[in-house]
Design a protein around this ligand. Structure first.
Ligand SMILES: Cc1cc2nc3c(=O)[nH]c(=O)nc-3n(C[C@H](O)[C@H](O)[C@H](O)COP(=O)(O)O)c2cc1C
Length: 169
């Protein structure tokens, strides 16, 4: 089986999870920035990771999912500034999955990722109480994804592979 791990990252959080997944995969495997991937041809399974931007997958990721995942077995991994159990996270995940609606999405991993200082400053200085409240919420994610999350991501990768193998038997 040939496996691809591909990701978009700006500050390294999603790449940290990508590296953990790649390490856990005990198959013929590649890891690539999403900008280096032209298609999923030749891969039996792709793990596709990205951060949430403005409550959704970034446009370039949505385009990639729309254009490349039709009929493919994929698993998504998503990082965001909010805590994992924040009630809006499931909405953001659903919206992201919508962009890959013609894929077979085996599973989705999501976790908190520390928000860059630039974004924190922007939220704090916005003058918008809702944004400032959000800044307070995401400030608790300093140091995420941590080692516990890295281990969870590895477990996720193993579980996805087990499911994929069960189907292709
Ligand atoms: C432009 C921008 C928009 C963001 N919007 C959200 C958001 O809507 N919800 C959220 O929880 N985090 C948001 N974040 C935080 C990132 O999703 C989070 O820090 C993520 O882990 C960054 O991943 P990366 O280091 O791989 O780029 C945003 C970050 C940026 C830069």
């Amino acid at each position: 089986m040939k496996v691809l791990v591909t990701y978009m990252t700006q500050t390294g959080n999603t790449k940290k999870i990508a590296d953990a997944i790649y390490e856990a995969v005990d198959e013929d495997k590649d890891i690539k920035d999403i900008n280096e991937v032209d298609s999923l041809e030749g891969y039996d399974l792709a793990f596709i990771g990205f951060p949430i931007h403005q409550f959704n997958a970034p446009d370039e990721v949505k385009n990639f999912l729309n254009n490349n995942t039709n009929g493919k077995d994929i698993a998504l991994f998503i990082t965001h500034g909010a805590p994992s159990d924040f009630d809006q996270v499931s909405d953001w995940v659903s919206k992201s999955k919508e962009a890959a609606k013609d894929a077979n999405i085996i599973d989705v991993f999501q976790c908190q990722g520390e928000v860059s200082k630039e974004i924190m400053d922007m939220l704090q200085n916005s003058g918008d109480p809702q944004m400032q409240q959000f800044a307070e919420l995401v400030s608790k994610g300093k140091g995420q994804p941590d080692e516990t999350m890295v281990q969870k991501a590895k477990q996720f990768a193993n579980d996805v592979l087990t499911q994929k193998k069960a189907w292709t038997k």
